[in-house]
Design a protein around this ligand. Structure first.
Ligand SMILES: Cc1cc2nc3c(=O)[nH]c(=O)nc-3n(C[C@H](O)[C@H](O)[C@H](O)COP(=O)(O)OP(=O)(O)OC[C@H]3O[C@@H](n4cnc5c(N)ncnc54)[C@H](O)[C@@H]3O)c2cc1C
Ligand code: FES
Ligand code: FES
Length: 1261
């Protein structure tokens, strides 16, 4: 019998023993109900693609939850709403879906349903202001848009929006089946959906349970007594109390224990009460805790709860807080004392205690410190006792995160000082997390402070010495280095005191240290300035992607949305666990013995060539092996494929394959170290100086290293392959379907014409899916071929990050002589690119010409070297080559400016090649006046002189970007005789850039018909054979050329018919042409002869503020001007520019890859510790200007590429940060002319460290 009942979109559902312990609500929605509008990526609560709205029971408020975190068996009584329900093609779209689409907030669209559902859920809870809306999206990631348009869309629904959109809430108007009145789902025990009769449940010892299909027992209990009864019956060796089930986001669970006890219905763990303490049930969710604290904070002795609430609001994000409980969080800390639990931290700060129940009638109250050591086996946290604390307690807490929201703490701290009226410390609690397993309280510092007047410089200095001596900070990769975290810990102590120090004592310059920088962030703003010429519309007309609305409604299909197929199997790679060594043996027998595991394949099972890269070419000079051929090249190299009946089983079985290695060696993974070994380095290209100068005022040497970046498309690498009559039908998430076809053909010895590859759209690509997707497609097709069954290969995020190369790290060494104006007289510049273990897709081919950016290069001797390291083959990431080369050149300009104490803009202008790059000066003039540069420069200097602990930096970066890449595309256009509608198919791949919309605009413009008459059909190898990859920002143009050719041919064929008719309508013309035996299908072919050369120029000015004590930052304002030519669609191009810029910002600020150097293992392999910028990390004020009057070439209708170039201008942010850091260092006595090297990214810990604060400078007055 099926015992768990719930509703999805008004339909009653039930689950029971047919599901397993790992079946989530997401799995159920997508795979059982085939509701594939809900997307997914990380499966750990970190991306928001899977958000749905859930009402957890009678009278509860609807809330957004991450469906990937929820066990479907936890959904008893839930009422779930998915994207399909709130609006769709049949019933009409929801205002949120429409507004997000209209505001151009959906590019690839993969994230869009998650955003809509998050916002939908929020608006179900309460009316929100614009600021509240902006603060509520730590839950969602968008890699494409740069967030500005999404926020713009949602803010329209704010209560304080200029013209607020009001939501007619259809859901709330639903009538009750029984009463016929509006159903609020309260007091409706007799309604069918929410009632589960006892007879539906198995009865084990009087407690309801289900035996799940993976031999786990699921119990749903209502009392604590029940929990003990279960433990008595089944033991307490292997169990989990399932509350929100979100703990797996912090500590992934591959296999659940035997006994799973759903405690979400235990009322004793819920609610709150008050005796002298406030007692809150440990089973309350974090959201419930916030609500109770808000209610209680009006009581005098509990005002401090407001401080706790501010901190809890920094834990995870709203949908996780709607699920995760207080006890669940504390238990993560109990199990791993090093876990940076914010809940532990705040409770320890206020001296809370816990009630622990170890038997139905046996409980004890323990301190938070004792809880750390408590063996919790067979015990339950019942509640938390929060003491009353009056105004004599000065309480403050801090959480230093790598980005402004939704990340665990790098270091966090809580301070609670009880002071007497004279400001003398009666008692204190100084609590830290993120430093080490053992250090949570600064006992000695607390003892030192007792009896001392707190706000005296001597007390502070003395305490800092004691604290510095007692802090225990240990290395814990991937956490930042010990000395960085120590610096933050000490600074937080000072910051905490500044924030409670009476203002009359504080010197005004120090007040800036008391302020939390993110709390100063206003509602963000933006401006997009471009012109449009209505005489050529629909060309040059700004409007959103034509698919945007269906993307926002979850109606668009991506690879993994192919419905479940009969007999399908799932496959994943088995990864090596050494970086270098020889495979001695592989034993998959243990994995294969698992019920449901079907096969294991190694290199020996490949019938053809073991490679997944396209046949040898300039960009792929080497074949890369699909599966390791015996000699392991890098940590986590794919060495086999496991096939199973389900994805989760395949993932588990993959870890059970036993591999023995011999000759294991330590890897070399760092480019800076690899270049010292000449055997690893080869010269790739060089430019000799043609005219060196002799006016050498100073010789400057430098070394700069930049590291990798993960592409992070929201849709990971996925492939579905089906055996067909001819051979195979392949649905890949690939930017390069020709390569997929050829790889599979070579791998399987199958003729190319037997492999059909079909792609409709991608959930983002960013270069990741050009060559790297074929590895997954090859493996997937091998399985389908071998088993003659459909195969679904869904590469988990961790595998994507570990097994696949990333943006190419680079190291540069240089020596230059400059004159007094900073003009380079000579420079010897060596640039080393880290290709990974093999020399493929070298970025020198994509940027070497840019080595001097827009600066005079006659004095430059530049050499580019290819280097190999024991890492995956590095690959293309948005704007490959250009980002790296431009960063190096721009960095040189900055270094000159610092060393000579010159204005970096003047240094750039002294070196500017005005002849070749004359556009720059004109664009600079525009930007300078639009951005009020001169006034703001003065204001920044003034800000810096007035504030000791906050500093601002204002900096420029210049850009030159030129298109590169091969071209070979087919475009086919068919016109239908009855209504004259047009369908186009082309060899490009839509992945968010708007290629299809632009193709339609060009077609409509040339044929002079409405855009509504034209659609784009998906791309496949039959109709667009031998196509190049989509990438390099040039595919839209090339498809445009093909569309133009098609239109010209068609118009030529139609002309004789047209001339016989009297001004026919389009429909009449087509009908007549058909009747005149005219072929209404045309083909446009585009090849290398169509290559268009042009330069894209850009200038960005950024103003950044940093917190000198913590390294946290805010981007105050960015003004960016780019020459986009005459854009085909300025609105789409604004989206490309903004998205690209934020992509670059991520690279330079938060996106940090950390490896274990001893074995080469990547330690930042998931959303828990690889941080993309989020909505609150973008510029507070983001202004985009398109250069006026620009036009590239007529062949491409005047437009220039926009997808990549602005990525290169992200470098402006670290420059502005560096300026702010330099201002702080100057106050610490370090001259501005002293160059300091920060190898990117500029993470908060590095910023704080490089400010070089001295403890003796920490003062009140
Ligand atoms: C994306 C994401 C971001 C996060 N960010 C942060 C962050 O910034 N800071 C932070 O501190 N935390 C963070 N967390 C952790 C989050 O707070 C916890 O996952 C959550 O609170 C756990 O609660 P739960 O109810 O889901 O626990 P579950 O996952 O259901 O259970 C976790 C453990 O607690 C045990 N347990 C549950 N209830 C009880 C009880 N009453 N008595 C005894 N044992 C019990 C279970 O047996 C299990 O071992 C994050 C989590 C995610 C997914
Ligand atoms: S898939 Fe659920 S949050 Fe990422
Ligand atoms: S549109 Fe947001 S990830 Fe692509």
């Amino acid at each position: 019998m099926d015992p768990i009942k719930f509703q999805v979109n008004g339909i009653q559902c039930s689950v029971g023993s047919e599901v397993s312990s790992t079946t989530t609500l997401l799995d159920y929605l997508r795979n059982i109900l085939e509701l594939r509008g809900t997307k997914y990526m990380c499966l750990e609560g970190g991306c928001g693609a899977c958000i749905v709205t859930a009402t957890k029971g009678h009278g509860e408020v609807p809330q957004g939850v991450n469906s990937c975190m929820v066990s479907v068996t936890s959904c008893q009584d839930w009422d779930i709403t998915t994207i399909e329900k709130i609006g769709n093609r049949l019933e009409g779209y929801h205002p949120l879906q429409k507004t997000l689409a209209e505001q151009n907030g959906s590019q690839c669209g993969y994230c869009s349903p998650g955003w809509v559902m998050a916002m939908y859920s929020l608006l179900k809870t309460k009316q929100m202001t614009m600021l509240e809306i902006e603060q509520s999206f730590g839950s969602n990631i968008c890699r494409c848009t740069g967030y500005r348009p999404i926020l713009e869309a949602f803010k329209k629904f704010a209560s304080d929006a200029p013209d607020p959109h009001i939501l007619p809430d259809i859901e709330d108007l639903k009538l009750c089946d029984k009463t016929g009145e509006i159903c609020l789902k309260r007091n409706c025990e007799d309604s069918d959906w929410c009632f589960v009769s006892d007879s539906d449940m198995h009865d084990v010892n009087g407690i309801k349970s289900i035996k799940l299909c993976d031999d786990r027992y699921w119990y749903r209990v209502e009392t604590i007594k029940d929990i003990f009864a279960i433990w008595r019956a089944s033991g307490d060796q292997s169990y989990m109390l399932v509350a929100g089930n979100t703990g797996k986001g912090a500590f992934p669970i591959l296999e659940y224990p035997k006994v799973l006890i759903d405690i979400s219905g235990v009322s004793e763990l819920k609610g709150y009460s008050i005796d002298q303490n406030l007692i809150i049930g440990a089973g309350n969710t974090l959201t419930e805790a916030i609500n109770f604290f808000t209610a209680m904070s009006t009581h005098e002795d509990f005002e401090y709860l407001n401080v706790l609430n501010d901190h809890i609001k920094q834990v995870a994000h709203i949908p996780v807080r709607n699920l995760g409980t207080v006890a669940g969080n504390l238990m993560l800390k109990n199990k791993s004392n090093g876990f940076p639990s914010d809940i532990y931290l705040i409770f320890e700060t206020v001296g809370a205690q816990l009630t622990i129940v170890s038997a139905p009638d046996d409980s004890k109250i323990i301190t938070m410190q004792d809880f750390l050591k408590e063996d919790m086996t067979g015990k339950i946290i019942l509640n938390i006792l929060l003491p009353p604390l009056n105004a004599s307690h000065k309480i403050t807490t801090y959480k230093i995160m790598p980005r402004s929201q939704s990340a665990h703490a790098i270091v966090h701290a809580g301070f609670n000082y009880k002071l007497n009226e004279a400001g003398v410390v009666v008692d204190s609690r100084i609590v830290y997390g993120g430093l080490s397993q053992v250090f949570t309280r600064a006992w000695k510092t607390e003892a030192y402070l007792r009896g001392k007047a707190l706000f005296r410089n001597e007390t502070l200095q003395g305490a800092l010495k004691v604290l510095n001596a007692e802090l225990v900070v240990t290395e814990a990769l991937p956490a930042p280095p010990v000395e960085y975290r120590r610096q933050i810990a000490l600074s937080l102590f000072y910051k905490g005191l500044l924030s409670v120090c009476p203002q009359k004592i504080l010197k005004s310059r120090y007040y800036s240290g008391a302020i939390k920088i993110h709390e100063t962030r206003p509602v963000s703003d933006g401006k997009q300035v471009f012109t449009t010429n209505p005489t050529v519309w629909p060309l040059n007309k700004p409007f959103p992607k034509l698919d945007a609305l269906i993307q926002c409604a979850g109606e668009t299909k991506y690879t993994e949305d192919v419905p479940s197929l009969p007999g399908e199997v799932y496959a994943v790679f088995v990864l090596s666990t050494v970086a270098r060594g020889k495979i001695d043996s592989i034993d998959a027998s243990k994995a294969l013995r698992q019920n449901g595991v079907i096969a294991f394949y190694s290199v020996a099972d490949i019938p053809g060539q073991n490679t997944f890269t396209p046949p040898i070419s300039i960009v792929h000079p080497k074949n890369e092996e699909l599966l390791c051929d015996g000699e392991v090249k890098f940590f986590n190299q794919p060495i086999g494929i496991i096939v199973a009946e389900s994805q989760k089983l395949a993932e588990k079985a993959a870890t059970m394959v036993e591999v023995k290695y011999i000759n294991v060696k330590a890897p070399e993974i760092d480019i800076r170290e690899a270049i010292t070994d000449s055997a690893k380095v080869t010269l790739a290209g060089s430019f000799e100086a043609t005219k060196v100068g002799s006016d050498v005022f100073k010789i400057i040497k430098g070394a700069n290293t930049i590291y990798g970046q993960y592409n992070f498309p929201m849709e990971t690498l996925v492939c579905v392959t089906l055996p067909t009559e001819e051979g195979l039908l392949v649905y890949p998430s690939s930017q390069f379907i020709d390569s997929v076809q050829r790889t599979i053909s070579r791998l399987l010895n199958l003729e190319q014409n037997r492999v059909d590859v079909f792609v409709r759209r991608l959930g983002g690509g960013f270069g990741f899916k050009i060559s790297r997707a074929t590895q997954v497609c090859g493996a997937c097709s091998l399985v389908a071929f071998k088993l003659n069954r459909p195969c679904r290969f869904i590469q988990p995020l961790t595998h994507n990050m570990r097994a696949i190369g990333k943006r190419t790290p680079c190291a540069s060494n240089f020596e230059m002589g400059v004159n007094a104006k900073g003009e380079i007289q000579y420079i010897n510049h060596d640039l080393y690119d880290d290709n990974g273990y093999i020399y493929n897709e070298p970025i020198v081919d994509f940027g070497i010409e840019l080595y001097s950016n827009v600066f005079k290069n006659q004095a430059w001797t530049h050499k580019s070297y290819n280097t190999v390291t024991d890492t995956p083959s590095n690959s293309w990431v948005r704007s490959p080559g250009s980002v790296e080369h431009i960063a190096m050149a721009e960095n040189i300009m900055e270094q000159i400016a610092y060393e000579l104490n010159l204005d970096p803009l003047e240094v750039r202008l002294s070196n500017l090649d005005r002849e070749k790059h004359s556009s720059i000066q004109e664009m600079l003039n525009t930007l300078k006046s639009e951005s009020q540069y001169d006034e703001r420069k003065v204001a920044v200097d003034q800000f810096n002189s007035e504030n000791r602990w906050k500093k601002r930096g204002l900096r420029y970066s210049f850009l030159r970007w030129s298109p590169v890449g091969p071209i070979y595309f087919n475009v086919t256009m068919s016109v239908f005789r009855d209504d004259g509608t047009v369908a186009i198919t082309h060899g490009g791949v839509e992945m968010g850039q708007g290629i299809n919309t632009k193709a339609i605009q060009i077609c409509a413009y040339l044929l002079k018909i409405p855009v509504e008459k034209i659609i784009i059909k998906p791309n496949d190898t039959m109709i667009a054979p031998n196509s190049c990859f989509t990438g390099g920002s040039i595919t839209s143009h090339n498809i445009g050329i093909g569309v133009r050719r098609c239109c010209e041919q068609l118009l030529a064929r139609l002309e004789p018919v047209r001339s016989k008719l009297n001004d026919p309508t389009w429909e009449e013309l087509i009908q007549a042409a058909y009747e005149s035996d005219i072929d209404l299908q045309v083909n446009g072919f585009v090849n290398t002869a169509d290559f268009q050369a042009y330069d894209v120029y850009g200038i960005t000015l950024a103003e950044v503020e940093i917190d000198v004590l913590t390294g946290e930052w805010e981007i105050i304002r960015v003004d960016l001007i780019e020459d986009v030519g005459r854009s085909i669609n300025p609105e789409l191009d604004v989206g490309q520019v903004e998205g690209a810029f934020i992509f670059g910002v991520g690279y330079w600020t938060t996106e940090r890859l950390v490896y274990d150097k001893s074995n080469g293992e990547l330690l930042t392999d998931r959303t828990w510790d690889y941080w993309l910028p989020q909505a609150r990390d973008i510029p507070q004020d983001f202004r985009i200007y398109f250069r006026q009057g620009s036009f590239s070439t007529d062949v491409i209708l005047g437009a220039k590429g926009t997808g990549e170039p602005a990525t290169c201008m992200g470098i402006v942010i670290p420059f502005a940060m560096r300026a702010a850091i330099a201002a702080a260092r100057e106050e610490a006595g370090i001259p501005k002319t002293q160059w300091f090297q920060i190898d990117g990214p500029y993470t908060v810990d590095k910023i704080a460290y490089f400010c070089k604060n001295k403890l003796e400078d920490f003062k009140f007055y």
